[in-house]
Ligand binder design. Structure first.
Ligand SMILES: [Zn+2]
Length: 391
């Protein structure tokens, strides 16, 4: 009798151990699915992290993305973020974006068997069969346009396939969700032209980072579906303006768009997001920047007192929530790896860990077909629709 209770318990412990400590050569169901399906991540901040450093991307690096980690995690498509900080404007912003694009081109040139550019959905599918990781590009912040619509075409020709209209500060295109200054109440006049031209060229409009009024304005104007490339659900973090409300998730889905769930701890739960907000305030007050010795020390001390933690189950909760609200077709992965520093959930620390998240979804009774959609097919459907509107 006792054994009847005991054996299932031992098996459960054994399975969960094997899940996180796989035996070499043995693949779990989740790992097999990650290898068989296209796994796409719409936001990886590698270029800005390694700009100006020599880094061999084909082997292991200390960062959250490299070829070895990506292939063991089954990652096939990694949108490289061409991230331009709100502190850069005008020609500075334009030049910085071009430098980052040069860097992605250099990676593809230097490691042609590992990485390849992807300019459309067809490239992604072809490269999936050749074991090369596709590196399409999304520009995070519209400031590099430098107020000139012609620059949209320039960046399209250089391979940019989505633009996050703003970053932390409002700009000449639109209001940002994290800026107390909201000069446009949504999109500016120039921003409206940008949205229309993006539709014509086939550049996806990314509403992560922008204010709710901007999202509504974009949804009214855009002929094509829109994406949120790295945001989660405000439902779990009402005070965290980077996440998206239920109402806007529904409206993005009505337009056939997609929410790509951010993995960062601060996006996952109330405690982590409020403590993160407090930490940012502290950094601002002391005029410290993350990534500097003083800034990092401040953050380390702060986190000891005010935890900013989450685990992989919470990321799955955000996926569940979007599915419950709007169905299976409007959710995917937008990790923000290499941009969220050490604020990564337990079990989901870098690009080798997508199988852990897939395993969590399997435990929640998602079918293989559902998982295939979440892993990449949902996003590819949206990208294809944006290409079709342009044509
Ligand atoms: Zn971001």
């Amino acid at each position: 009798m006792l054994m009847n209770l005991f054996i299932p318990g031992i098996l459960a412990v054994l399975f969960s151990f094997l899940n996180y400590h796989p035996i070499p050569g043995f693949k779990s169901k989740a790992e097999k699915l990650a290898q068989n399906f296209i796994v796409l991540d719409s936001h990886i901040d590698l270029p800005d992290r390694i700009l100006g450093r020599t880094n061999n991307m084909s082997i292991w690096t200390e960062g959250q993305f490299d070829y070895e980690k990506a292939s063991s995690g089954g990652l096939n498509v990694a949108f490289m973020s061409i991230y331009v900080s709100s502190s850069k404007n005008g020609h500075d912003a334009y030049n910085h974006a071009n430098d980052l694009i040069d860097l992605v081109e250099k990676i593809c040139r230097s490691y042609p068997y590992e990485f390849a550019h992807a300019y459309d959905v067809a490239d992604v599918r072809t490269q999936f069969h050749s074991d090369r990781i596709s590196l399409p590009m999304g520009m995070e912040n519209g400031s590099p346009l430098n107020g000139d619509l012609n620059n949209l075409e320039h960046f399209y020709n250089r391979g940019i396939r989505y633009i996050t209209l703003s970053h932390f500060k409002s700009n000449d295109i639109c209001d940002s969700s994290t800026d107390p200054e909201q000069p446009h109440n949504g999109l500016s006049e120039f921003g409206e032209k940008v949205v229309r031209r993006m539709n014509e060229l086939g550049i996806m409009i990314d509403v992560s980072h922008v204010s709710d009024a901007t999202i509504e304005h974009v949804l009214e104007l855009s002929y094509a579906p829109v994406i949120a490339s790295h945001s989660s659900c405000k439902n779990f973090t009402p005070e965290f303006s980077r996440n998206i409300s239920n109402d806007l998730i529904e409206r993005i889905a009505e337009k056939e768009g997609i929410i790509m769930v951010n993995f960062g701890n601060m996006f996952q739960n109330h405690e982590a997001s409020t403590n993160f907000n407090k930490m940012r305030q502290g950094l601002d007050e002391k005029q410290l920047e993350p990534g500097t010795v003083e800034g990092d020390e401040f953050m380390e001390q702060f986190r000891k007192e005010y935890p900013i933690e989450a685990d992989i189950k919470e990321v799955a909760n955000h996926i569940d929530h979007i599915v419950e609200l709007v169905g299976i077709d409007h959710v995917g992965f937008g990790s923000d790896f290499d941009g969220i520093g050490s604020f990564v959930p337990k079990g989901l620390e870098d690009v080798s860990k997508y199988p852990n998240l897939i395993d969590e979804l399997l435990k929640r009774d998602y079918s293989n077909e559902d998982i295939k959609k979440i892993c990449g097919e949902n996003f590819l459907r949206v990208w294809k629709a944006v290409e079709e509107v342009a044509h």
